[in-house]
Design a protein around this ligand. Sequence first.
Ligand code: PEP
Ligand code: MG
Length: 734
Amino acid sequence: MKSGGLVQSRLDRVVKLIAANMVAEVCSIYAMRAGEVLELYATEGLRPEAVHSTRLRLGEGLVGQIALTAEPLALSDAQQHTNFAYRPETGEELYHSFCGVPIQLGARVLGVLVVQNRTQRSYGEEEIETLETVAMVLAELFGSGEVITLEEGRSVEGSALLPVRIGGLVLNEGMAMGRAVLHQWGIVINQVVAEDPEAEIARLDEAVGDMRRAVDRMLARMDKNLDDEQGEVLESYRMFAHDRGWLERIRDVINSGLTAEAAVERIKNDTHQRMMKVRDPYIRERLADLEDLAYRLLQHLSGTEGSSRNLPDETILIARTLGPAELLDYDRKRLRAVVLEEGSKTAHVAIVARALGLPTIGRCEGALSRIRAGDSVIVDGQNGQVFARPNQGIKQTFKASLALQEKRKAEMAAVRNLPAVSQDSVTVELLMNAGLLIDLPHLDECGATGIGLYRTEIPFMVRDAFPGVEDQQALYSKVFEQTGSRPVTFRTLDVGGDKPLPYLTMEKEENPAMGWRALRMTLDRPVMLRLQLQALIRAAKGRELRIMFPMVTDISEFDAARGMVERELAREIARGTAAPSEIKLGAMLEVPALLWQLEKLLPSIDFLSIGSNDLFQFVFAADRGNPRLTRRFDSLSPPMLRLLSDLTAQANAANVPVTLCGEMAGHPLEALALIGCGIRRLSMSAGSIAPVKQTVRALNVAEVTDLVQHLAGLRTRSVRGVLRAYALDRGIPF
Ligand code: PEP
Ligand code: MG
């Protein structure tokens, strides 16, 4: 590769070299060209006239499948494979065995590297790895734009009508197929000019009527809980919805020949321009209201106003970003998947998506501009990619993958009732994370032994007002009812930071994650915590009550919270409420400062729960929601393994049970590492229980512990590769 010269002659030499070294009769390189077509670029063994003439669409044939799934494929008899696409000009009928790997840079597939042999042989792991290594080197050359110019790649992406593939980050696994619905901010206007202004004005008037009624309903719902100032603000919002001047301007634009949508958009843009110039914050806010109303009006015009009424049956929701409550606004029955331009694994929208079992891909650059409303979309949550307007080949390959996924699901169902016990007889307790009532039925289905983390804030985040004791009690009673005799650990309100409450105005903070949130807030606003504790004690109705406090930073905070529990318990007993059979209090370990107070803390707590999402972000000083940092630091790294091992050893010595309830627990490879750190209780979303259980059942805990302890001492950024190789070697599924 370093020898220089023309790219073509370098590729020609590369295929010769690989064929010779791998004792293969054929070695070929395919490059991804404009329009997502794979072109044979160089070959040793196939007919030379096929070079630059043989082409396969993405998803077509074995090469197309590798490019589509971004996964290697090795077959001893390729011609028997359903996806084999015969190209006579290549003369490949002579070759039976086939092994190909994607040439990829990050999530982007740039080509495919293939070797073939005459005999029906099977290629080993090592050979596949060798090919992958070569593909990595080739990817550099491809990525530099020497093979296919960078312009060629771009021109495809810019063209709205061609199929589009967008790579992203898997936030929740799973596959789905459906129609694109663009979330509020991304309404795309397909038709700009209209023949008949009167018809457009009639459409506008109808949409305005709908919108006004919807705004009135929304305001009526909120009115009860407003103070004067908030009431005024909302009243002015209502005024705008009825503002004649604004509507007149839209009508004028329609009369100049635009569609109603285009006219609203024009006026919205004008407003935006004006807003950018205004300094007075009060007026800016008013203009922002007007801009927001324009979005609502556009939604009513295009029939996309977040309501289930107009959602297609199989909706793939495309958004820049979403709050957890916004996602819940959509009708789950019609949602199939979510695609976000932003987002990270531990963002709360991702957590809600997992709870809802929605495949979700984040960091899909340009999704809103490249996917149009109504497009047919495939979400591949195995490989982190989204296809809009896919061709037949892609659809077929995808359907085959879906069938495979169903088969895997059946395998998973088979482990549901088996114990989570390792090969060397160590039991690992697998618990479920929950936060919504709709999570609870999953408890029976997934085979978890209880709820390790009940995030109480989610119901608070989706309501219009702070729920009172009765409301909360009713909610927690349902949780108790549905968990039956299984343990459930309630976490007290963890709001603030990335979890704002719609009805609680908070000062803007420079660093909300490290700001006034969780226990800090509820200790300062003790009524919030008191009401919650009362509701929990009443709902327990004499059962065991497990409560844990989020973001404990200082031992005195835990003591203060415990004091409140004791006071509320005494009050409730005096009122005649049946006391819980036992109250167990735990601290969440999310803030590093607590690590150096363990000696004092452990004797006063009943359990410890590691919130690895926050702990990781504070230990690495890496914002859990910042997509630029997602790949920079690895939780499977010596510092994290060392920290978790030491912490668990300390807790074990004090006889305090440790659970880990962050997202790490739900990934089989991470779970393997956590078990190696000595952790025996893992709490995760329902969908992760079966895969993690499969991993546990295949493990030898003693061996994994030795390995992890060794890895914790290495001088390396990540030990993920070593753990993966270990699991592969031992046939441990991950
Ligand atoms: C965590 O931080 O790991 C955790 C479980 O809490 P949350 O994700 O709700 O902040
Ligand atoms: Mg947390």
